[in-house]
Design a protein around this ligand. Sequence first.
Ligand code: SF4
Length: 268
Amino acid sequence: MLHIIKERLHQQYRTLDYPAVQPGLSPRCLGRPAITASPCANCRACLDACPSGAVTVRPEGPAIDMGRCLFCGACARACPDSKIAFTNDHRVAAFDRSGLIVTGGAPQAGTPRQDLTLFSRSLKLREVSAGGCNACEADTNVLGTLVYDLGKFGIEFVASPRHADGLVVTGPVSENMRQALLDTYEAMPEPRLVIAVGSCAISGGLFSESPECHGGAATLLPVDLFIPGCPPSPWSILDGLLAIKHAGQPAPADENSAATSTRQQHDN
Ligand code: SF4
């Protein structure tokens, strides 16, 4: 008993004070891209460097599809004019697929589903790894630890889809997992929502061309929230989940930063 008390005193209080205090991503973790809007000459450096086809070059400059991006930073390193940079901003979630396209202009609009307010007090989630590599799954799983303390936001992962409001999908949806994913969705009571976590679940990621994969959750299910990354930071996932919880209503004072920011991003 004394040992337990001693260890408890040693460990002290480990839950981080989020979202009252915003997290700082590790310098090794790339967050939301920032692009300088100016026309490119005949340069294809960023396109050639990108392993996932996430970069396009438009007349006004480069654009990055965060739904395909691996956040490897190769395009930023390749650009001779430093038009592409990566911030440490973890807030990358979007209610709309088009909201994941980052250009030099203002973020594009995305509108949350009207009935998301139903989940503002309680949100139960069922996770399906549809051919994932376990990276997105690990960063989702870690939200249940005392550091992130997901339960304090009224959000929980549950074992049965019949108890779930939302389906969290990770992985590119392999053929082997297609029917299991559809069955899980069908087992959930309505209203239900779908959250695609990670580039694979959003677009198929590096596996988008594979005949054994279905190019992400949106090819089979109506996706209501996209959380990009490879894998997304746990903070990015938490920020996206809080955006659902706060959709269509003012955020509480102690939870205002991340969710409000994400919502404003789509309301602009
Ligand atoms: S950071 Fe994203 S857009 Fe840039 S090269 Fe890597 S995968 Fe492509």
